[in-house]
Design a protein around this ligand. Structure first.
Ligand SMILES: [Zn+2]
Length: 901
């Protein structure tokens, strides 16, 4: 009897230690993993758990099965099956994407925690905003709170592995026994965003099954689909102003839940890079963050080297300068952004990959990722056969190691979250600048509202001054918008509004060097060094709307051109109404009506739209005695290559937002010719790297690559269809563009696209050159000087010198004789011209044209070396493009076209 009892106990102990396993999983994973060292003891097995479905039970295949990728509907189906099988999971819908797909968060913790989620949410909210919480109370809250650690996968759709891996991770976190898993479930709440960009996920999976599933070697690889999400590709990770609906929903979720750690899973470099926050670092963020990042990354390296996994490294890749990456919503709000890059094949096929750069290839081509460095003591191999399962093993071993260190130190991480939030408030209380003022009474308040509403979206508190504010820095009228820095997100306000002072000219940065919102928007933002701003009486602003206004009565309305971007919207909303623009300013009573202002017949509808769009108008009894012209709406097209749609996407977004009507055209429409019969204006946004890439685009390898909708692949063919996306417009396309211009069309080229007219002879007198190898300008904000202030392009601009974002467009050269009439704006190119961020070699831009207007036949080519429509940021420049479109047939009399006619 006693003996039997002991046996029963022993058996029970064995059952705990030896959870039933899925032998097929272990066998398959071993087979799909291409070398033994690419597998770890964390991922070489999968337990079975009664009643809890594994990914295979729902999907029919294991994670990492060659040639299997999962659509979002099936990802969600799996997570919901998991949810209904256990009390350890909760699925929370958080919104809908640009294309209407569901966005989900999956929450995993022990049963007790899941039952009390709202309580834990409340604790985090207190740590995120500790005003009114004493340090002792904070300690108590930390004692009761649970650390939320959030993972996201699939922000970049070609990086296909993370959404697959996360399902297996979720299953393990729910079903696996053992001290590590008990500790994670007990000490933390794990959250998973199964697909960070659901629209792109589905389009890419469709594309994979249609075009990429038979790839066997690197040489077979087919380019990716023309689109991921609705507008932008990788730049969904650069959407600093949260223009995209999908990204805005994640931010709303973040500010609702305050996960102290967000961990975004990407794929690019081998075998696994774990972000450690290298220089240049934004000095405004908390030093605690810069200690946490390498701590966590080094723990993962330690564990993975211990498992014998080579090729894990940190440092030497992405820095901490730009705050515009999506996951930075966490570090920007006193949390921690974490990130991996693992090695992916752009699908789920196993193939041999060359990892080391080809001899003689320049920087960028695999840049030394296989060399031994102090931060890469066990580098990736120079060549490797790589599989989706390898990729899964690396990511999953990494994130389980991350959860190990985080769950063991959950209280430290929570305490740090509190300290960082408190430090942010204290920094704004003790250190200048103490705040920012956006003065009331600026000519165009809609761009002020743009800034205010983005800051509000980011959770930053803003007040409206209830009376005049007198500070050492100046006196500001009642109604001015006040940002006080002594608030939890006061540091973020500073980061977004201050001038970026780049710390070291010798350091490169992964993305933009500058983003100063006031300069980008051409709105007045005052930095305040007087602590008295903290006591300025204000009423809180939720969302700032600018009501329009009409002075006086009369049959004619003069709508002031004050640079508001909604002026073009008004023109399109009242498309059937006759609009005139005045070519000179004049006075009506005390009101100055600037050049470019619209004259429209007064009507109830016009009044309503002017009000809604935040515009200002003066009613006149009769037409003023100044020269004016009709503001006709052109038949407008926007050209996109198939291979480089992203920067076009930003222009599409802006045009859609401001309600411009246009056709999106591709090589198919260009080659068909007779463009002048259909269009008055064709815009070629910045895209590709050169004129050649614009003309020849994706290389044709003989087999057509179609992008068309079908019942099997319903997401393809969105935003344009093609039976073969390769080949580009070709030289015949260039000829058609030239014919279009000569027949009276206006061709507008932006940024890099301005190489095209120069290099391919549409503007034979203009040269387009490149900067030297020493030149380096990662998106600084610099000065540009307007040389033809009366040209309609500059309606609404009142200063001779304006801030523009440098776009690395061509260095244009115009013959001396034509310079005076054709160069409309130029770069002064002195050291003081760099207003924010970094430009190394500024002298190379000295006196180079920024905008050139070149007559050709009966038409014109308008070349911007700048990009007036960049990532929904430089809204102060957008009006130059809008003006160019609205006044396309109204070139001033002094300009060359009128004499050429
Ligand atoms: Zn990525």
């Amino acid at each position: 009897m006693k003996k039997l009892f002991l046996f029963v106990i022993a058996a029970a102990a064995a059952a705990v230690a030896q959870q039933a396993q899925d032998p097929d999983f272990a066998k398959s994973v071993k087979e799909w993993t291409t070398r033994p060292e690419f597998l770890s003891p964390l991922t070489d097995h999968l337990p079975k758990a009664n009643g809890i479905p594994s990914p295979k039970d729902v999907l029919g295949y294991y994670i990492g099965t060659p040639k299997k990728l999962t659509h979002t509907a099936d990802l969600y189906r799996y997570y919901r099956a998991l949810e209904s099988s256990t009390k350890r999971v909760k699925v929370i819908p958080i919104g809908r994407t640009d294309e209407g797909r569901e966005q989900l968060i999956v929450v995993i913790a022990d049963e007790d925690t899941i039952r009390n989620l709202d309580t834990y949410k409340g604790y985090l909210a207190k740590l995120a905003d500790p005003r009114g919480v004493t340090p002792d109370q904070a300690k108590q809250i930390v004692g009761q709170a649970k650390l939320v650690y959030m993972f996201s996968g699939g922000l970049h759709s070609a990086e296909t592995g993370p959404p697959e891996m996360l399902m297996e991770l979720a299953y393990r976190l729910v079903a696996e026994d053992g001290p590590l898993f008990d500790q994670i479930r007990k000490n933390m709440i794990v959250m998973i965003a199964p697909a960070f960009e659901p629209d792109g996920r589905d389009r890419y999976v469709d594309w994979y099954y249609r075009h990429k599933i038979n790839e066997e070697t690197e040489a077979d690889r087919v380019p990716g689909p023309p689109y991921w999400g609705k507008y932008i590709y990788h730049d969904n990770n650069r959407d600093i102003n949260y223009s995209q609906v999908t990204m805005r929903n994640w931010l709303k979720f973040y500010l609702d839940w305050h996960p102290p750690i967000m961990h975004d899973l990407h794929e690019s470099v081998p075998f696994m890079y774990t972000f450690s926050g290298q220089a240049p670092q934004n000095p405004t963020l908390d030093p605690i963050l810069y200690a946490e990042l390498p701590w966590l990354a080094n723990f993962e390296m330690t564990k993975m080297f211990g498992y014998g996994m080579p090729g894990v490294w940190d440092h030497g890749y992405v820095d901490m300068w730009s705050p515009g990456y999506l996951g930075f919503m966490s570090s920007n709000h006193n949390g921690i952004l974490r990130m991996y890059e693992t090695f992916g094949n752009g699908g789920a096929n196993t193939m041999r990959r060359k990892v080391a750069p080809e001899p003689g290839s320049g920087p960028g081509a695999g840049e030394n990722q296989t060399t031994r460095e102090w931060y890469r003591p066990l580098p990736p191999y120079k060549e490797v056969v790589w599989s989706m399962r390898n990729n899964t093993n690396y990511m999953e071993t990494g994130v389980l190691s991350a959860l190990e260190v985080a769950s063991a130190n959950a209280k430290t991480l929570l305490q740090n979250f509190y300290e960082k939030s408190r430090n942010s408030i204290q920094s704004g209380t003790n250190d200048a600048p103490f705040g920012y003022v956006l003065p009331a009474g600026q000519p165009d308040m809609t761009r002020v509202a743009f800034i205010v509403n983005i800051l509000r979206l980011q959770g930053i508190e803003i007040g409206r001054a209830t009376s005049e504010v007198k500070l050492k820095d100046g006196t500001y009228p009642a109604g001015s918008l006040i940002v006080k820095r002594n608030q939890p997100y006061g540091r973020l306000a500073k980061i977004l509004l201050e001038k970026q002072v780049y710390p070291d000219q010798n350091l490169r940065t992964y993305d933009d060097a500058a983003w100063t919102m006031g300069l980008m928007s051409h709105a007045d933002v005052k930095e305040i060094s007087d602590k008295a701003i903290l006591d300025a009486p204000v009423t809180p602003v939720d969302t700032l709307t600018i009501p329009g206004g009409i002075q006086g009565d009369g049959q004619l309305l003069a709508v002031l051109h004050n640079g508001a971007n909604s002026l073009v919207t008004l023109r399109y909303r009242l498309k059937d109404v006759k609009f005139e623009a005045v070519e000179q300013s004049f006075k009506s009573g005390d009101t100055e009506i600037p050049a470019g202002s619209f004259l429209i017949p007064a009507s109830a509808r016009a009044r309503t739209e002017i009000e809604n769009l935040g515009l200002k108008a003066v009613a006149l009894t009769g037409a003023p005695n100044v020269p004016r012209h009709d503001v006709d709406l052109p038949r407008l097209a926007m050209f996109s290559t198939w291979g480089s749609t992203q920067d076009v996407g930003w222009v599409r977004y802006a045009f859609d937002h401001f309600e411009l009507k246009y056709d999106l055209i591709y090589k198919e429409q260009i080659r068909k010719g007779n463009l002048r019969a259909s269009y008055d204006v064709i815009v070629i946004p910045n895209q590709g790297r050169s004129a050649k890439s614009l003309v020849f685009d994706l290389e044709s390898k003989g087999t057509p690559i179609d992008y068309t909708k079908s019942s099997d692949f319903p997401t393809l063919g969105a935003y344009g269809e093609s039976s073969d996306i390769t080949g580009g417009m070709g030289l015949e396309g260039v000829v058609e563009l030239d014919k279009f211009v000569k027949a009276g069309g206006v061709l507008i080229t932006l940024g890099v696209a301005s190489f095209l007219p120069a290099d391919y002879g549409l503007t034979p007198t203009i040269d387009a050159q490149r900067t030297s190898g020493q030149f380096y300008a990662p998106g600084p904000i610099i000065e540009a000087e307007i040389t033809h202030p009366t040209n309609p392009i500059f309606y609404g601009y009142t200063s001779k010198t304006i801030p523009v974002r440098y776009a690395n467009g061509p260095l244009l050269r115009v013959p001396l004789d034509d310079r005076k009439k054709e160069v409309l704006m130029r770069f002064p190119g002195t050291d003081k011209s760099v207003l924010s961020g970094l430009m190394r070699g500024v002298a190379e831009t000295r006196d180079r044209p920024a905008i050139v207007d070149v007559p050709s036949g009966r038409g014109r080519v308008l070349m911007f070396a700048t990009n007036p429509c960049y990532r929904w940021q430089n809204l102060g420049e957008f009006n130059m493009l809008a003006n160019a479109i609205l006044n396309y047939n109204d070139v001033p009399k002094s300009s060359p076209t009128s004499t050429a006619e």
